[in-house]
Design a protein around this ligand. Structure first.
Ligand code: F6P
Length: 540
């Protein structure tokens, strides 16, 4: 069992939390005029107000003390030095090299990887420009109007989220995404397409993922049925780290874009996995996305811990989860364009830090990643915000607000922002019984009816949230936002002493699916009673 909760810094935080237990956020604001400014930070164009967190300056000092105890600065140095931090797979986690400028030097095992990164980026750009300009001709000499990205997990969520978020800048062929092995999805997409004007990108780091290969084979059969085997080189591209597996599928080598084992799947949107993004928004905007992420990398690597956005956000999550006991974390982007952001973040955070043993393999004995969930505001307000305000548990929230909209409806945008700000304010301040009584009395209610109504209308408040502001949701700001959460995930792994870069927990289900599939195909295999019964029911 990990001894971390017994460490000096952890125990100091726990004792301090007991002292703060009865202090309401309203009192903290009342006693400190400059609270909002003191608990704010800014980097790479993003502004964070964390003054609505349940903390004081002393809390922040103690949290920073905990970060120091965990050698945060040393781990950040190791990350940027390309050390094999993913010790169970002996790999570096070096996605920052994917967004480094052409002249930078970033080495893995003594090898400067930046020239390789830019060589692939240049090939991607040439390919994307051809497609976007209508110069890439299909087997029937027709330009490509539709591109389908086939991939799952990190080979889907990142590109899908970015293309959705940058919709106002999308000016290439129409993009479609197929991830699920549920045939409904690919069927729905194929029904709308013409094989002669469609190109498939098969994105898979390993090129062994069952769902992706199954969908790619369906796409291949659909294309071959319409135009024959000869059409494949003009209608299929692939993105992978495993060239041998790609060749076996039969995709022309000139349409294959590689990346490297030091890029984790959920950190791969910046690599060739982002080909679909580049096709959608063009190479120039893709480079702006990389530049935004790079600006956040620079900040994370160089800013002191007390002003370091990813570190601060990780410390706040640690404070809420491990010291104050919150079991989840809500993400509420007040931007329709960020509709897919939560799904991307779920893989990033929960696949990275959903761990029960520490780096040494000992059970941790404390909570690691909280359940991360959410939806765009204002939709979420009309679905689950009731629970955030009046439920029994505290659910910390990250509000994400964008100052300038990418549409002409200024009045709607004002309403959206007013709602976002009001929700964080309501969570913080709450409404007392005295306030409710006065309100109801002013409306003419009195006596027993008034008293009975009060408890249902009281809001406890004192519920923590962060507010992140972006000036505009353009490629650069989005790149910085994604990199902020990537580094927050890593910083959390340091606070929890877990490896953020492996994902062994996804393997057992994959293995068992193979066994169940055999049983479905008539082979005799060992199955438990429940699975056997369910299979029988499915058959009948
Ligand atoms: O879900 C497990 C996982 O390995 C993810 O880490 C990864 O993003 C996804 O599957 C897809 O993997 P690949 O890109 O190799 O097809």
């Amino acid at each position: 069992m990990s001894a971390l909760p017994q460490s000096r810094a952890w125990r100091a935080l726990a004792a301090h939390a007991r002292e703060l237990a009865d202090v309401h956020l309203n009192e903290l604001f009342a006693s400190d005029e400059g609270r909002a400014q003191s608990f704010s930070a800014e980097a790479a164009g993003l502004f964070l107000d964390y003054s609505k967190q349940r903390l004081t300056r002393e809390t922040r000092d103690l949290l920073l003390g905990y970060a120091q105890q965990q050698e945060m600065s040393g781990w950040i140095r190791k990350l940027f030095a390309g050390e094999p931090l993913n010790q169970t797979e002996h790999r570096a986690a070096y996605h920052m090299a994917l967004r480094a400028p052409r002249k930078a030097v970033m080495t893995v095992n003594g090898d400067n990887v930046v020239p390789k990164v830019h060589a692939v980026l240049d090939r991607m750009a040439a390919f994307a420009d051809k497609l976007r300009g209508g110069h890439w001709k299909g087997a029937k000499r027709r330009a490509i109007t539709d591109v389908v990205n086939i991939g799952i997990g990190g080979s889907d969520l990142g590109p899908r989220m970015i293309c959705y978020a940058l919709q106002p800048f999308v000016d290439g062929p129409r993009l479609h995404f197929v991830a699920n092995v549920d045939g409904t999805q690919i069927e729905h997409v194929l029904q709308t397409l013409n094989p002669a004007t469609t190109l498939f990108i098969v994105a898979s780091k390993t090129f062994t993922t069952q769902e992706t290969l199954a969908n790619a084979h369906v796409a291949r059969a659909w294309l071959v049925a319409a135009m024959g085997e000869k059409a494949i080189p003009k209608h299929f591209a692939a993105v992978s780290t495993c060239m041998a597996n790609v060749q076996a599928f039969g995709i022309a080598p000139e349409n294959v874009f590689d990346f490297w084992d030091w890029v984790g799947g959920r950190y791969s949107l910046w690599s060739a996995v982002g080909l679909a993004i580049m096709v959608a928004i063009g190479p120039q905007r893709f480079r702006e996305l990389l530049a935004g992420a790079h600006a956040m990398d620079e900040h994370f690597q160089r800013a002191p811990l007390q002003a370091n956005l990813p570190v601060l956000m990780a410390l706040l999550a640690f404070w809420n989860g491990n010291i104050l006991g919150a079991a989840d974390h809500v993400i509420a982007p007040y931007s329709q364009q960020l509709e897919k952001f939560v799904s991307w973040l779920q893989q990033l955070e929960m696949e990275s830090n959903g761990k029960r043993v520490n780096r040494a393999g000992e059970p941790v004995g404390y909570a690691t990643t909280p359940t991360l969930w959410g939806d765009v505001g204002t939709n979420g307000q009309h679905a689950f915000f009731q629970m955030l305000h009046q439920g029994t548990a505290v659910h910390p929230v990250d509000f994400i607000l964008v100052a300038k909209p990418d549409h002409p409806h200024a009045a709607l945008h004002q309403l959206l922002l007013a709602n976002g700000l009001a929700q964080s304010q309501a969570l913080m301040r709450g409404k007392t019984a005295a306030e409710v009584r006065a309100e109801l009395a002013a409306k003419g209610l009195s006596g027993a009816a008034l008293e009975a109504a009060i408890p249902h209308r009281v809001f406890p408040g004192n519920r923590p949230s962060n507010t992140l502001l972006l000036q505009q949701l353009d490629a650069k700001a989005l790149g910085a936002l994604c990199a902020l959460y990537e580094h927050r995930t890593f910083a959390l792994s340091v606070l929890w002493d877990v490896n953020a870069y492996d994902q062994w927990g996804v393997e057992l289900g994959k293995q068992l699916a193979g066994t169940v599939l055999k049983a479905m195909q008539g082979e005799r295999v060992e199955l438990d009673g429940s699975t056997r019964q369910l299979l029988q029911k499915l058959r009948s």
